[in-house]
Each structure stands twice: as structure tokens, then as C-alpha cells.
Design a binder for this molecule. Structure first.
Ligand code: HEC
Length: 203
């Protein structure tokens, strides 16, 4: 095999002999000791120098880490949720809301903006289940809807809305979701029923 390799040309005179590594010729390739550019070396050196105070400050002293910032954000979120006024979401309260056109209209706007991506605008279901039939996976009565909306079902892909929507919005969107039951979504796109048949909404 090596017989068929071309013989490398001898190093010519215009080669910088400082970077030539004598005798390092393999398979016809002559190795040179090309130095890295100065700017590259300086970035490398500065990053090592920078790492020393960085490690001391963030790991052994009281530098504000990303985790500290996360804890501050979480505390602010908890405070924001605690400050939100409570809204009654019993079976009774939601049943009354089902007759309240203004609440349903507000709920529809919240639904279209936040929920339709997964449940479709007409409630036929896509990522999430069909919300128009009599079958429900997690819901037995009206009051279960706001619980699911608040807490989500993270393992199944239903996002929790607590702290994102305020309690009044959660009540309104829950009433709107309840009002979709019995409507007829686009049959070509709607998902098949999932879960158990539950009794009609009641107070
Ligand atoms: C990222 C996708 C996604 C978004 C956004 C989403 N959902 Fe869901 N939702 C799901 C999935 C998936 C389920 C099914 C959970 C399960 O299988 O237990 C679900 C379940 C539900 C259920 C319970 C249905 C049942 O049969 O038990 C309700 C009610 C519901 N969602 C309402 C909402 C509302 C209201 C919003 C908007 C505020 C919303 N969802 C936004 C994916 C989503």
C-alpha cells in the first residue's frame, strides 16, 4: 500500500524553519508547529484568570447565583398569588355562572387565548381531551373544573394555571368550559370521548 503513496516534495527554502518539526512526516504530510493566534491565547488565559474570583465569589462567598434569583422569583410569585382575592368556585357558584353571559364571554376570551391551542377553539380536543361530550377524565362535578385548571395534570400535558390566571379568571374560564358541554365541534377534527360519563351539571 505505502508503495503507491506519492513521495512528499522536500521542504523548500521559503518554509519558516522555526515551525517545522523535523522528521514529522507521515503519509506524505509534513507537520508544522503552527502557534495559536495571540488573541486566542489571551482569551484562554483571561478565562482561567476570571474563573478564580468567580469560583470564590459564587461558590464560597455570597454571590447571587441563578438559584438565588430563582428563589426570589418564586417568593414574589407566591406573594402575588396570596394577594389575589378569593373567588367562590363551588358547584353552586359555577352553576350560577353558567347563566351569567358576561362571565361566560370573559371566560371565552381567556379560553381562546390560553386553552384553544390544546383543546381547540370549539372544544373538540387536540392535545387535550374533547370538552364537549359527556365523558370526563378528571371531572365529576362543576367544582372539579377549576381544580384541574389551577393544578393541571402535568404528567399528561395539562398546564397548571394557578398564578398565571387570577382566581376570577379561573372561575370564568371554568364556567365557559362547562358551557361547551353538549355543543357540537367540527366532527372532522374532534377527538373521541375519553373517560367516564358523568351526570349533567347541577348546583
Ligand atoms: C399544553 C396543552 C394544554 C393546555 C394549554 C390546556 N390544556 Fe387542558 N388538558 C390538557 C390535557 C393533555 C388534558 C388531559 C389530562 C388528563 O389526561 O388527565 C387536559 C385536561 C383538561 C380538563 C379536564 C378534562 C377531563 O376530561 O377531565 C379541563 C377542564 C381542561 N383541561 C381545561 C383547560 C383550560 C380551561 C385551559 C386554559 C386555561 C387548558 N385546559 C389548557 C392539555 C392542555
Amino acid at each position: 500500500m505505502s508503495d503507491s503513496l506519492p513521495t512528499p516534495p522536500p521542504p523548500t527554502e521559503d518554509i519558516d524553519h522555526d515551525i517545522l518539526i523535523e522528521g514529522h512526516t507521515y503519509d506524505g504530510i509534513q507537520e508544522y508547529d503552527n502557534p495559536l493566534p495571540g488573541w486566542w491565547k489571551w482569551i484562554f488565559i483571561l478565562s482561567i484568570v476570571y474563573a478564580v474570583p468567580y469560583t470564590i465569589w459564587y461558590h464560597f462567598m455570597d454571590g447571587n447565583t441563578v438559584y438565588d434569583k430563582y428563589k426570589v422569583d418564586e417568593a414574589a410569585k407566591a406573594a402575588r398569588i396570596a394577594a389575589m382575592p378569593e373567588v367562590e368556585t363551588s358547584d353552586n357558584a359555577l352553576f350560577a355562572m353558567l347563566q351569567d353571559d358576561a362571565a361566560l364571554k370573559a371566560g371565552q376570551a381567556i379560553y381562546d387565548a390560553n386553552c384553544a391551542v390544546c383543546h381547540q377553539k370549539d372544544g373538540g380536543g387536540l392535545v387535550g381531551p374533547n370538552l364537549t361530550d359527556d365523558h370526563y377524565i378528571n371531572v365529576k362535578s362543576l367544582a372539579d373544573i377549576p381544580k384541574i385548571v389551577e393544578e393541571g395534570v402535568i404528567a399528561k400535558g395539562m398546564t397548571p394555571w394557578k398564578g398565571i390566571l387570577d382566581p376570577k379568571q379561573i372561575a370564568q374560564v371554568s364556567a365557559y368550559v362547562a358551557s361547551m358541554r353538549g355543543t357540537t365541534p367540527d366532527a372532522t377534527k374532534a377527538k373521541a370521548a375519553e373517560g367516564e360519563v358523568i351526570p349533567p351539571w347541577g348546583p
